[in-house]
Design a protein around this ligand. Structure first.
Ligand SMILES: [Mn+2]
Length: 381
């Protein structure tokens, strides 16, 4: 293992799948929710750049899908270039992924992006050719495998596998797509196998496409390839807080890695069974652990409670709705119809009173009691 900040090491901040320009128009997001989700992708990109600057990284590598699509607003392209320009290292290397694949028209995404660049510090890795640099006395060679379409049943790393390599140089492959066994099933996402990646003899593989980091946590050994993961969560299927990799590699090919948290929003899918006051209190306790202003929560509630507890729960939910940034609730908590309830709400001796009492005598009749009570309530109206 390499000690962090060894003098002669190459320092890289690695991100991918930033999906700038994603609109978040699904679900029940209000315009203000959408705005915050959109804005967070820019702010998190700034955090990636800052993390690289703090660690004096030489390179910022974006392994594809910096943009959501080829049809991103010009103002979003400009804002992205402005953020990347804040990187203080040697170069920013941007690989076109499958969402933002490379096509050469001057008024397309990449034509517009390139027209905004004031110097050659930001490089769009659009060609299948090596890029050589000299850093701290080390020769570093990047081997990019850009996407030229949204889908492909074949990957684009063959040229890297076949290329002649200088084994004295630090060789770094950059690609976007599935590694078989890790990502989405199917064969349309530039699938690569671990064997193919290994056969290219790269010292580092910096990949994008899968929104989950690989390895999951920092380790001492070279994992064979890295997935940066998305830099900030983008939906309820995202279980991490958004991250990037900071990686150092030296002449001897020893590596040091650090997982950097770059997101500030978290998506949570939670479910609770609530049957009494104590259950509600422990539900409140769990909810209090979340950062309310940075949380998007999908909540499922079930159980059966007394009238008083239902009123209490209603107050609790009302408070949560005010505090939590985004809250979606599926509330299936039913009223518990027990003897106390029947005695309070029905006159003794009436037919409904007798019916409900008979049903409540047997605990197996919970559902029948609910239905009977609902029917009686409806008949009252
Ligand atoms: Mn992708």
């Amino acid at each position: 293992m390499l000690n962090s900040k060894e003098k002669s090491s190459i320092r890289i901040i690695h991100t991918a799948d930033n999906h700038i320009g994603k609109k978040f128009s699904g679900r029940y997001y209000s315009p203000s929710h959408q705005e915050r989700l959109i804005q967070e992708r820019f702010e998190a990109l700034e955090r990636v750049v800052e993390s690289g600057n703090e660690r004096q990284a030489h390179f910022l590598v974006v392994s594809g899908d910096l943009f959501e699509s080829l049809h991103v607003k010009v103002s979003d392209i400009n804002a992205t270039v402005a953020i990347l320009n804040k990187f203080k290292g040697e170069a920013i290397l941007v690989l076109p992924g499958n969402h933002d694949f490379y096509e050469s028209s001057s008024d397309g995404l990449w034509g517009r992006f390139i027209s905004k660049l004031s110097d050659d510090k930001i490089v769009v890795l659009k060609n299948y050719e090596p890029l050589e640099c000299e850093i701290e006395g080390n020769k570093v060679v990047f081997y990019p495998a850009p996407c030229r379409s949204k889908h492909s049943s074949t990957h684009t790393i063959d040229w890297i596998i076949a290329a002649e390599k200088d084994t004295d140089a630090i060789n770094i492959g950059i690609a976007h797509g599935n590694v078989e066994g890790r990502g989405f099933p199917g064969d349309k996402y530039f699938n690569m196998t671990c064997e193919e990646l290994a056969s290219a003899n790269m010292d580092l593989w910096l990949l994008g496409h899968i929104h989950v980091p690989y390895p999951l946590k920092a380790q001492t050994a070279n994992p064979g390839f890295f997935y940066a993961a998305t830099h900030t969560p983008d939906g309820f299927d995202c279980r991490h807080g958004g991250c990037s990799w900071y990686i150092e590699i030296n002449k001897e090919k020893a590596i040091y890695m650090e997982q950097v948290n770059t997101g500030q929003l978290r998506f949570h899918t939670l479910s609770f069974t609530l049957n009494n006051h104590t259950d509600i209190d422990s539900f409140i306790h769990t909810m209090e652990q979340l950062n309310p202003k940075g949380s998007l929560v999908k909540l499922s509630l079930s159980g059966r409670m007394s009238q008083d507890d239902i009123v209490y729960l209603r107050e609790v939910i009302h408070k949560l709705e005010k505090e939590i940034f985004y809250l979606e609730i599926d509330n299936r908590v039913d009223l518990n119809i027990d003897e106390a309830y029947i005695n309070t709400y029905y006159c003794s001796g009436t037919l409904p009173f007798q019916l409900l009492h008979k049903l409540s005598a047997n605990t197996q009749n919970g559902l029948a009691l609910q239905l009977a009570n609902q029917l009686i309530e409806q008949l009252k109206k």
